[in-house]
Design a protein around this ligand. Structure first.
Ligand code: RIB
Ligand code: CA
Length: 306
């Protein structure tokens, strides 16, 4: 059982990843921190609680974080995820209140209470994580690991940008934060577009029909989220569920060690994640391959469980 604290920007695929985690005995979600990214932070904070309450997990604390990247104005992705950030799934507004601390202090407290035991999952822009590492310098070494969805490393034909032709959304949104995190000394596992854009790892309309056969609250919500993406985007990309899945079955992905440099600022290369053959940048683990069909089989088996 891996103890997890999770920084996210729900967002359809963050929500799918959270549902997967709540249906998986391999992980225990201790708490959630929310960040601006796919949607403004007020919406991502409401969406995290909406999903938790739908799955009777409203006791898991949710702490709100940064409303903007460190050095740039927010450019959300509501045009992709829908006006509510959750594919207009119609979940009621949350009843639970937010945890009374900033996300970065909540993350730090959760990890420092159990040094070496808690894994940080980050599936949004890394603004909160950067604040946490800057304000609590002991944090990176206290982590059991840091699994993040972010970057495009040219390790496969899919490893190109999705926010620009060269940069992935989470890293592009806050490249300065990503630079701080990638240079923190934490044991980082980066799951990028190289694997998450592989069509073999994406849900399609046939998978959606399978999910619609089950009437549990989890399956019903997943069906709504997936249906929105299939309807408006042709398939459902599983960026964040794939990052979480590394904690469920480490054999699903291959990782290679690389020194990664993040392009900061706001030029054409903003948010580009370059792998370097040498230099002082720390080595991180970058996902280089995925068994897409086995990953989807695992996802569906968990979601379709009673
Ligand atoms: O580029 C995909 C990533 O950006 C995913 O985490 C998605 O939810 C958005 O945050
Ligand atoms: Ca996300």
């Amino acid at each position: 059982m891996r103890k997890v604290v999770w920084d996210m920007d729900p967002g359809i695929d963050d929500a799918l990843a959270l549902i997967l985690a709540l249906k998986s005995p391999e992980v225990q979600v201790l708490g959630i921190a929310t960040v601006a990214g796919n949607a403004p932070v007020e919406i991502t904070s409401a969406n995290a609680r909406r999903v938790l309450e739908c799955l009777n997990a409203g006791s898991i604390p949710v702490a709100m974080g940064a409303a903007n990247p460190l050095n740039h104005p927010l450019e959300d992705a509501l045009s992709y995820h829908g006006p509510d950030g959750l594919g207009n799934c119609g979940l009621p507004s949350p009843l639970t209140t937010l945890y009374p601390a900033k996300a970065w202090d909540f993350l730090a407290r959760s990890v420092s209470d159990a040094p070496g035991e808690v894994t940080l999952v980050a599936t949004g822009p890394l603004t909160n994580v950067a604040y946490a590492f800057e304000l609590h310098p002991e944090l990176p070494e206290f982590l059991a690991g840091l699994v993040l969805m972010g970057g495009a490393y040219s390790l496969t034909p899919y490893g190109k940008g999705n926010q620009t032709p060269f940069a992935e959304f989470n890293i592009w949104q806050d490249p300065e934060a990503a630079h701080i995190v990638f240079d923190s000394g934490a044991d980082i596992f980066a799951v990028g577009l190289d694997v998450s854009m592989d069509p073999a790892a994406c849900l399609n309309s046939q998978h959606l029909e399978q999910i619609k056969t089950r009437r549990t609250p989890a399956a019903h919500l997943v069906a709504q989220l997936v249906e929105y993406e299939v309807k408006y985007h042709g398939c459902c990309r599983m960026h964040d569920p794939l990052a979480l899945a590394t904690l469920l079955d480490a054999s699903l992905l291959d990782f290679t060690s690389a020194r990664v440099e993040v392009a900061k600022g706001n030029d054409w290369d903003r948010g580009v994640t370059r792998t370097l053959s040498s230099g002082s940048a720390q080595l991180i683990h970058v996902a280089s391959a995925v068994d897409g069909s086995r990953f989807l089989k695992l996802f569906l088996s968990r979601i379709l469980e009673e």
